[in-house]
Write a protein that binds this ligand. Structure first.
Ligand code: MN
Length: 209
């Protein structure tokens, strides 16, 4: 029998991101919301062909499907993946971008522009969703996605994400999503994680002629 999906441990202590993101927010966001996506996913895939698949495979295979059950599986599988990715996108011990990531950021227009565009994507995502830095053929881009949708479902390579669902910021910032984005992007971005993801990008896509 397939092993059930597990809630991955946080990469830092629950109070390590305070005051930017409080332990109280993580108690709910990780301990309740993220945990519930894992639990629901396990219930939904039990006895189906998805039970033996890796999480990423489930996300890819259920993305954009019409079937109501597969949509539910997608929503929960993608939310499990997105939250694992979000926690690793944040760190209390920031370093500056270097090497290939630094060069890619410079080609994009610089770190300030990247952060500004990412904040704008997060602010303008109507309703629940995610703001992302992605790469395609080594070139950086900023995207926003609704609900559980992620770049994997759109075939781009995710480097970094910020959760803009209300549950990510309401306890600390109430309705002030722009303030949450400003604080998180100034203090918690894990550039080492972004660099790792950039280096992992499968096959560079050839630039359009
Ligand atoms: Mn969330």
């Amino acid at each position: 029998m397939a092993e059930p999906f597990k809630l991955s441990p946080l990469p830092w202590a629950q109070d390590a991101l305070a005051p930017t993101i409080s332990a109280r927010t993580l108690e709910f966001h990780y301990g309740k919301h993220h945990a519930a996506y894992v639990k629901t996913l396990n219930e939904l895939v039990e006895g189906t062909k998805f039970a033996d698949m890796k999480l990423e495979e489930i996300v890819r295979q259920t993305a954009g499907k019409d079937d109501a059950k597969e949509q539910k599986i997608f929503n929960n599988a993608a939310q499990v993946w997105n939250h694992d990715f979000y926690w690793r996108s944040l760190t209390p011990k920031q370093s500056k971008p270097s090497g290939a990531l630094k060069a890619a950021i410079e080609a994009f227009g610089g770190e300030d522009k990247l952060i500004k565009d990412l904040a704008e994507a997060g602010k303008t995502q109507f309703g629940s969703g995610w703001a992302w830095i992605v790469s395609k053929g080594g070139k950086l881009a900023v995207e926003k996605t609704p609900n559980a949708v992620n770049p994997m479902a759109k075939d781009t390579n995710a480097l970094l994400t910020v959760d803009v669902w209300e549950h990510a910021y309401y306890l600390d910032y109430q309705n002030a999503r722009p303030k949450y984005l400003e604080e998180v992007l100034a203090k918690l971005i894990n550039w080492d994680f972004a660099a790792e993801n950039l280096s992992r990008e499968a096959q560079p896509v050839r630039a359009a002629a």
